[in-house]
Design a protein around this ligand. Structure first.
Ligand code: TRP
Length: 344
């Protein structure tokens, strides 16, 4: 059976949004709105799988929403909402907790990385985080999921859950006229350059909101001076830039800065090196500062303006939630029938 093409993605409202979130996720959402029916969700329920200060959570939920809009997502064209306003996410996640196998969740590398040796003390929510993510996607029967490289395994788990649900309930699905499969098998969309942006201080570590050094990242709300300072101080090596991509392989910091330039400009690393091969870092960094300020400056300014109007932001989220819920409610009714739950 052919499913209607639909895009779903989520961003967690935890901490400052930085260049990694922008290049790895949000900037990739923007062109999709021209081609697909898109739903973008601020996943506040995923956020609380680790402790969040309540006032901070409210603030960062509005900030992510502001970032969506400032980056160019149109809240009329797309559905933009926060997860907790549509209760069906939690409801479907429960059904999926009963479909997913413990062995599947035990293989999730993000859970292993996040918990390390202190697994006993992690929340149960963190463990079943991938079931909730599958519910996010499948509640809307989304077919395409734009994510960074690090979320690929979770999208694949969503496929496994969809497939097992379709198999386990096949007779019930068929007898209700839904054909062979009730859920589509969603595909990760991993597009373009710099889906992984690394720390400006250490090219082997991901750019992260939790790095103690603010010089390790460019925040979306940094002004031109801060952007310039951080790029000038970014770690490099003493060699000039290579002429070809292969020359970047043993040089993680050079590779990262070239990758950032390529992603911001929408070109390949090879094209960047055609222009800057042989150049000193001082020259390349000046060009990168100009480009980063030109691209990120207006976004930061717009974000700052938007967060000063929480009434408007909350209205966007309320409107998006209503539209999302209309779809989610239909899916959930069908799921209840398929599973055999009585409903009036
Ligand atoms: N787990 C994703 C992340 O941390 C966020 C997320 C939650 C998501 N639900 C989703 C992404 C559904 C894509 C689709 O980045």
């Amino acid at each position: 059976m052919a499913f209607k093409e639909r895009v779903f993605s989520g961003v967690q409202p935890t901490g400052n949004l930085h260049l990694g979130n922008y290049l790895g996720a949000i900037s990739k959402f923007v062109p999709l709105q021209e081609k697909y029916d898109c739903i973008y969700c601020v996943v506040d329920m995923h956020a609380i799988t680790v402790w969040q200060d309540p006032a901070e959570l409210t603030k960062t939920t509005r900030e992510v929403t502001a970032a969506f809009i400032a980056c160019g997502l149109d809240p009329d064209k797309n559905i933009i909402f926060n997860q907790s306003q549509v209760a069906e996410h939690a409801e479907l996640a429960w059904v999926f907790n009963c479909v997913a196998r413990i062995g599947w969740l035990n293989r999730m590398t993000q859970f292993k990385e996040k918990t390390g040796k202190d697994r006993e003390n992690a929340s149960v929510g963190l463990y079943v985080y991938p079931s909730l993510m599958a519910a996010d996607i499948l509640l809307y029967r989304a077919t395409h999921v734009p994510v960074g490289e690090d979320q690929k395994q979770h999208v694949e788990l969503s496929r496994d859950i969809a497939q097992k649900f379709n198999n386990d309930f096949a007779p019930s699905i068929q007898s209700r006229g839904y054909g062979d499969a009730f859920f589509p098998l969603p595909e990760p969309l991993i597009q373009g350059q710099a889906t992984r942006v690394m720390s400006l201080r250490d090219g082997s570590k991901k750019m992260s909101k939790s790095d103690p050094s603010d010089y390790s990242r460019i925040n979306l709300t940094d002004d031109a001076d801060a952007i310039a300072q951080k790029i000038r101080k970014a770690k490099t090596d003493p060699e000039p830039l290579p002429g070809e991509e292969k020359g970047l392989e043993p040089r993680p910091e050079a590779d990262n800065l070239v990758g950032i330039y390529a992603a911001l400009q929408g070109i390949s690393r090879a094209e960047v090196l055609k222009e800057f091969g042989g150049a000193q870092f001082s020259t390349f960094k000046s060009a990168l500062v100009d480009l980063a300020v030109a691209k990120l400056g207006p976004i930061g300014a717009e974000m700052k303006k938007l967060v000063q109007d929480p009434v408007y932001i909350d209205k966007v989220l309320a409107n998006g939630s209503e539209r999302a819920q209309a779809i989610a409610a239909d899916t959930m009714k069908a799921v209840k029938d398929i599973v055999g739950f009585i409903r009036h």
